[in-house]
Design a protein around this ligand. Structure first.
Ligand code: ZN
Length: 163
């Protein structure tokens, strides 16, 4: 009796851990993702279910790089328009601070449900482009607070608790 219980429990653990492994997360993005999730907890934003709907959070060498403008990161979708992957351009790895901003930008598109950018170039994380990543980094705590508090996901979550 005892033995079969242990066996069953063992099986459960394996199934659970293989489900956790479904999302492939690049190790270089993992610290930023962990940090981002800490903020999600702080602002009561659900991220667990969303995370396990993804296939990859990855660094890739397939995004455009050109003098006129590079794609530093993007969400890719499946046939049904569901977000499947969050991908970041490998070129961003050249600067750890830019990596942090770009990673938060892409994570926010998905987890904080920013469908649009807030401006073209206004010195905020959700701008289309940023002429100065340095300014954002200097003002990081405030930038992150604005990113979360102004997000569609945060506003949606707040409305649920209105009387
Ligand atoms: Zn964007």
């Amino acid at each position: 009796m005892k033995k079969s219980f242990i066996a069953l429990f063992g099986l459960f653990c394996i199934t659970f851990s293989s489900a956790q492994n479904d999302v492939k997360i690049d190790g270089r993005l993992k610290p930023h993702l962990d940090k981002f999730f800490e903020y999600c907890k702080q602002y009561d934003i659900e991220y667990h279910d969303k995370l396990f709907k993804l296939k990859n959070i990855d660094i890739v060498d397939t995004l455009t790089i050109s003098q006129k403008g590079s794609t530093l990161g993007m969400l890719t979708r499946d046939k049904n328009n569901k977000v499947e992957n969050i991908v970041i351009n490998w070129i961003v790895l050249l600067d750890q601070e830019i990596l942090k901003v770009v990673a938060f930008h892409e994570f926010a598109h998905y987890f904080l449900e920013y469908k649009k950018h807030i401006c073209h170039d206004c010195g905020q994380i959700m701008a289309v482009v940023n002429s100065s990543y340095f300014d954002i980094i200097k003002d990081w705590d405030h930038q992150v607070k604005t990113l979360f508090v102004d997000s569609p996901a945060y506003k949606k979550q707040k409305n649920l608790f209105l009387p």
